[in-house]
Design a protein around this ligand. Structure first.
Ligand SMILES: C[S@@+](CC[C@H](N)C(=O)[O-])C[C@H]1O[C@@H](n2cnc3c(N)ncnc32)[C@H](O)[C@@H]1O
Length: 218
């Protein structure tokens, strides 16, 4: 679903192929130095997940891995980085060889059920074409109590400046009611919502199953 429209499997795959090629040719744009204030706001984004030592963390749409060294500071057990573009992941592996890079569409990721403590989606929400299947898969992989952080270090209006030049459709970052509608069926509740001119952070927590409720994978 993008712009609230249902797309066919063929359309989803076609848009993802265009993205894969587009980002494959854009690796240099993500190289440091980052714009003024962005490194500090990325630290705030990572801090909002409250990573504990030994946590299992996934960065979705990781690109070249700008979050990965900031995540590592918290001493997680493992960091997975998933992206559509193998070229982006090749750059990530150069400077973060300790991360486990997986070239895949988020909705097809096959990490174990209930295995992740934290999932980041930085500057990537507008790019996710099949949001229903993608958030269902995050809900499947996330442990109860796990945190999902959807963010952008330039704020949600930054996407407007990209739309004209983008060869594929880009969604807006969601307002709180919209994201509640999207995440609630997958067991998440919103903990925190920051929507400032140059910072967007949404933190959602996966609920613990109520007594008598069965988890999806059982
Ligand atoms: C704008 S870049 C952001 C990269 C990185 N998170 C950052 O903050 O620098 C968006 C990335 O999301 C990836 N992406 C888009 N849709 C995806 C999907 N369905 N599954 C995995 N990665 C995806 C793209 O390939 C691209 O590398």
């Amino acid at each position: 679903m993008i712009f609230g429209k249902e797309l066919t499997e063929e359309e989803i795959n076609r848009i993802n192929e265009v993205q894969r090629d587009f980002f494959g040719g854009l690796v240099h744009v993500f190289d440091p130095p980052l714009p003024e204030g962005v490194p500090e706001r990325l630290e705030l984004i990572v801090a909002s997940a409250e990573i504990n030592k030994g946590d299992r963390v996934l960065d979705v749409g990781s690109g070249t891995g700008i979050l990965i060294p900031l995540i590592r500071v918290y001493e997680p057990e493992i960091i997975f980085a998933c992206d559509l573009s193998e070229v982006m992941l090749a750059r990530l592996k150069e400077h973060c060889p300790y991360a486990h890079a997986i070239a895949a569409d988020l909705r097809d990721l096959t990490l174990q059920a209930d295995s992740l403590d934290v999932v980041f989606m930085n500057a990537c929400y507008p790019n996710i074409v099949d949001k229903e299947s993608s958030f269902a898969n995050i809900g499947r992989m996330m442990k109860a109590g796990g945190r999902l952080v959807i963010s952008h270090p330039m704020g949600k209006s930054f996407i407007d400046s990209l739309k004209e030049k983008s060869p594929f459709p880009l969604d807006d970052f969601p307002e709180q009611p919209e994201v509640e509608r999207l995440l609630e069926p997958h067991g998440f509740e919103i903990q925190r919502f920051v929507d400032e001119a140059r910072l967007y952070i949404l933190v959602a927590t996966k609920r613990h199953a109520a007594c008598g409720e069965r988890a999806d994978h059982e």
